[in-house]
Design a protein around this ligand. Structure first.
Ligand code: SF4
Ligand code: SF4
Length: 95
């Protein structure tokens, strides 16, 4: 019988080439501070947005490039989102 993979198992299969010199997603901390609901902290499937002492902390390494944070963010201009440059980013692996 095959084992059901947890989300951590599945994320562990993926491979990331992180561009250390250029963040493909950047936040405007001042605008984020005005965001009442902070939906990025629960909507990101890779759990990259964390709430620490009331402020959002974000690490772009491990991003699945799904675009959820860009779509769900309610504050115009708070997120600058682009795909990683060529050769960087996620490589999905399914087994
Ligand atoms: S949802 Fe957008 S504005 Fe709100 S905390 Fe997250 S990134 Fe910032
Ligand atoms: S694009 Fe998807 S995985 Fe990447 S930070 Fe946004 S919600 Fe998370």
């Amino acid at each position: 019988m095959s084992k059901t993979l947890t989300i951590e198992d599945r994320l562990g299969i993926d491979k990331f080439q992180v561009d250390e010199e250029h963040a493909h997603i950047r936040l405007n901390a001042e605008l984020c501070a005005t965001c009442a609901t902070k939906p990025c902290t629960w909507a990101c499937p890779a759990l990259l947005y964390k709430l620490e002492a009331g402020a959002v902390k974000f690490d772009y390494a491990g991003c699945l490039e799904c675009g959820t944070c860009r779509v769900i963010c309610p504050v115009k201009g708070a997120i600058t989102w682009e795909y990683p440059k060529a050769t960087f980013g996620i490589q999905f692996r399914y087994g």
